[in-house]
Design a protein around this ligand. Structure first.
Ligand code: ACM
Ligand code: ZN
Length: 570
């Protein structure tokens, strides 16, 4: 009995000696201004006041934070709309700009200032990253729920902070898309570019054209690695219903993210052509492509039915996606760079030839760019009538692009530099810095098979979007975007491996003033990020810690993959 009493006393003394310890400051993207203070604040259980001037959406952000704190700590922060002495205060401060926030932590209280919903969101994302990584968990955890005293004033460098996902080459279910959105939100990215259609599959339900998903969403197998003649014999496909897409849009919006859908046109359209062959110059037959590369078959630019088709598709699309921007692709309509100058269906199609004549376009290799300009302008006008704007890959700039389009520069930076100099808005997404489907280490025999290239974390981080810009044209750079093409990425584990931690580096390119970027500081912050990923169950690359990780991607058998496609994530 005496021994037990002794043990209890020692335990009590030890418990009373435990001093909660805050995390080292390792927030990504690094805020614009950070001044560390003395001491720390205990977050668990502290009451929160949310200024009445804030919307219900802002209240919902705080509510989600309190739910998460309750889940992991067992103590819910009580939220009130009346200021009756709460220790955490969320104040509407119209002196701050869009998306900006100030976060002041002292041992006594926390004060968040923001002028809009995004500012509140980002303040709480920063707060979460200052807490132990267990805050991202899905069950009760033992941790010191404290944050260090600090004064932060923060706002993004660029308004457009994008991440792209190709769900056409490989389909990913709604749960995985939401996980992609979750991690974007943690890193303050705000535009999700959803590449929904391509030669290898059509992934969006269009009620007026049911064959797009009955036929176009499925392919008879997939080539094995780069052997385009091979076929793994596994039918691959899938699509999102309009209801699922609305759910994704709403989920993203709650996290401050706009979903920008892409319908790639007039090339990369084999999914649609296989479903409705009359939309092509030759009438087909066409099949959804089973290998990578680019189909030479494209939409007929001289057929009015094609425009009716596209306007109907875009009308349904606009009803699902409230985004101001609709991405209309426009890339590689005439093959890749190697195929430059080889014939395209438009050259020999009577309808396309009649269109050229009507428009006064002289035959020749350049003619195709002017036909594409006509095509792009028609879609641009249609979208503009509905209050929307187009984004297109940088090929749309060739020839004579109609003003008002936004150019997404992917073939290096040249397209973006040129477009900005001509007065077009630009999103910089150069393959050399922002194509995160490239290998991240040079030990490629230890990496999962990839499309090629080499894009280590440091290189993503090193990107400076204004480099090479003509003086005065910088204002046209809306922001940056990382692209994740999925030809060689078939599973969520592999997708996340390619994404992380490179998305963290991109977030600093997009968010941080160039003077605030510092790779040494960023690298040190990654240990916290890796612990976050572990808690959230994300796969990631440890190349930066010299641990190359094939074994971090559990291989799925062909049957497991098929099961994933049919039944969703397990
Ligand atoms: C692209 O990578 N074809 C835009
Ligand atoms: Zn044609």
């Amino acid at each position: 009995m005496k021994q037990l009493a002794f043990l209890i006393a020692v335990t009590a003394i030890l418990a009373s000696c435990h001093k909660p310890e805050a995390q080292p400051f390792s927030v990504i993207p690094f805020p614009n201004s950070v001044e560390m203070g003395e001491g720390q604040f205990k977050v668990a259980g502290a009451d929160i006041y949310v200024d009445e001037a804030f919307s219900e959406e802002a209240l919902a952000v705080v509510d989600r934070f309190a739910d998460q704190m309750a889940l992991v700590s067992g103590r819910r922060n009580k939220i009130s709309r009346a200021d009756n002495g709460a220790k955490i205060k969320v104040i509407k401060n119209d002196n701050l700009g869009a998306e900006a926030y100030a976060l002041r932590v002292t041992p006594e209280d926390i004060v968040v200032d923001a002028s809009d919903l995004a500012g509140v969101l980002y303040a709480f994302e920063t707060l979460k990253q200052m807490l132990p990584p267990e805050v991202y968990g899905s069950s009760r955890a033992k941790a010191d729920w404290v944050v260090p005293a600090v004064s932060i004033v923060d706002e993004p460098r660029f308004a457009y902070r994008g991440a792209h996902l190709d769900v056409a080459r490989h389909f990913f279910d709604v749960d995985e898309v939401k996980r992609y959105i979750d991690i974007m939100a943690a890193y303050k990215l705000n535009r999700f570019h959803f590449h929904l259609t391509d030669d290898q599959g059509w992934r969006v339900e269009i009620k007026a054209y049911p064959k797009l998903t009955e036929i176009g969403a499925w392919r008879d197998g997939t080539c094995i690695q780069k052997d385009f003649e091979s076929n793994d014999g596994i039918r691959h496909g899938g699509f999102y219903t309009q209801e699922e897409l609305r759910d994704i849009v709403a989920y993203a919006a709650e996290r401050g993210i706009t979903v920008i859908p892409e319908i790639d046109m007039p090339g990369h359209m084999l999914g649609a052509l296989a479903s409705y062959p009359e939309l092509g110059c030759t009438g087909g037959p066409y099949k959804v492509r089973t290998c990578w590369g680019i189909s030479k078959d494209i939409l007929c630019a001289g057929n009015e039915d094609v425009y009716t088709f596209l306007e109907t598709v875009l009308t349904e699309l606009m009803d699902i996606f409230p985004s101001e921007y609709i991405h209309i692709g426009g890339d590689e309509c005439f093959g890749g760079r190697r195929e430059r100058g080889t014939p395209v269906p438009w050259d020999s199609c009577p309808k396309c030839n009649a269109l050229m004549k009507e428009l006064g376009i002289k035959p020749g290799v350049e003619a195709r760019h002017y036909i594409q300009n006509y095509f792009t302008a028609r879609i641009q006008d249609f979208l503009l009538q509905h209050g929307r704007k187009v984004i297109g890959w940088d090929e749309i700039l060739e020839g004579d692009l109609k003003p008002g389009a936004t150019v997404m520069s992917w073939r290096g930076t040249e397209g973006g530099v040129k477009a900005a100099a001509q007065g077009f808005d630009v999103i910089m997404s150069p393959n050399k810095f922002m194509y995160i489907d490239y290998y991240q280490s040079q030990e490629i025999d230890k990496e999962p098979f990839s499309i090629g290239g080499h894009l280590p974390l440091e290189k993503v981080y090193s990107y400076e979007p204004f480099e090479g810009m003509e003086p005065g044209s910088e204002d046209h750079i809306l922001g940056v975007q990382a692209n994740l093409w999925t030809e060689y990425i078939a599973t969520p584990e592999h997708l996340e491996y390619m994404l992380l931690p490179r998305m963290c580096a991109e977030s600093e390119v997009a968010w941080c003033d160039s003077t605030r970027k510092d790779f040494t500081r960023f690298d040190a912050s990654l240990d916290h990020a890796f612990r976050m990923f572990d808690v959230m169950g994300y796969n990631y690359s440890l190349d930066i810690r010299c641990l190359i990780g094939m074994d971090r991607i559990p291989a799925r058998t062909a049957e497991q993959l098929e099961d994933y496609i049919t039944n969703g994530k397990k």
